[in-house]
Design a protein around this ligand. Structure first.
Ligand code: NAD
Length: 256
């Protein structure tokens, strides 16, 4: 059982990372939350999770665009049985207009951070005799869309690195997998709905089904709770032989 294990979730003061932290805590996992800020709200999120689920929950500030801070996060966490590489940003522009600093930031935060955290966490997992590396990639780790060169490159890179980590740990009680979400209803996505309604003169339902979920055949968002449940499954004994692969939670996007 995962009860009493410790998970470090990068980029977890909102959205999918926070949702995964909550689902893991519900199952009795101690959690370390992270982002690059250090506000009272950040620490309050950890306190709430600890109170609600009776686990240890901490918030550690670390900027995932910085190699040293990535590695320090794992060191400061102490134990790291479950590593969820989730921090990520997006920028949309044609490749010939794509700002170099945006490309560098996306590659650093969405891909290279997972290299540093994994490198720092594996020795801890080996010492503990158990470990799970779960990378939050994307449907864009398997397919592409125009104007998302850096994001698609970073997410494909994460999927590739996941396979290598799986091979390097294949004969140990450690697995490495990537979860590939389609469109997920996070506060970020929710906030775009009112403006999009105005822009296209559509109601909420039309905006969701015709604009946002154009490529998601289910015409439903995935939820952060479902992603938390998928992460929890990958931590279960049933998933001990699942390694080096991707699990899509995308309402059929990649089947198209
Ligand atoms: P979000 O913006 O709510 O969450 C991103 C998190 O990363 C936040 O907690 C943010 O503080 C953190 N972060 C950003 N830059 C950071 C940095 N430099 N250092 C540390 N933390 C940093 O968005 P989300 O939708 O929850 O995205 C989480 C992950 O899921 C991302 O990797 C994203 O690519 C992936 N994803 C999201 C969707 C979706 O539809 N929402 C779909 C597929 C994949």
């Amino acid at each position: 059982s995962v009860k009493g294990k410790t998970a470090v979730i990068t980029g977890s003061n909102s959205g999918i990372g926070l949702g995964i932290a909550q689902e893991l805590a519900r199952a009795g996992v101690n959690v370390v939350l992270n982002s690059f800020t250090d506000s009272d709200e950040d620490h309050a999120l950890a306190a709430e999770i600890a109170k609600e689920h009776g686990v240890t929950a901490r918030y550690i500030k670390a900027d995932m665009s910085d190699a040293e801070q990535c590695r320090n996060l794992i060191e400061q966490a102490g134990t790291c049985d479950i590593l969820i590489n989730n921090a990520g940003i997006q920028h949309v522009a044609p490749i010939d207009e794509f700002p170099t600093e945006k490309w560098n930031a996306i590659i650093a935060i969405n891909m290279t951070s997972a290299f540093h955290t994994t490198a720092a966490a594996l020795p801890k997992m080996r010492a503990a005799g158990w470990g799970r590396v779960i990378n939050i990639a994307s449907a864009h780790g398997l397919t592409a869309s125009p104007y998302k060169s850096a994001y698609v490159a970073a997410k494909h890179g994460v999927v590739g690195m996941t396979k290598v980590v799986a091979l390097e740990t294949a004969q140990e009680p450690i697995t490495a997998n990537a979860i590939c979400p389609g469109y997920v209803l996070t506060p970020l996505v929710e906030a775009q709905i009112p403006d999009t309604m105005k822009k296209y003169d559509m109601d909420r339902d039309e905006v969701i089904k015709k604009v946002m979920l154009e490529r998601q055949p289910s015409k439903e968002f995935a939820t952060v709770e479902q992603l938390g449940g998928t992460a929890l499954f990958l931590c279960s004994d049933a998933a001990a032989q699942i390694t080096g692969t991707t699990i899509s939670v995308d309402g059929g996007w990649t089947a198209l």
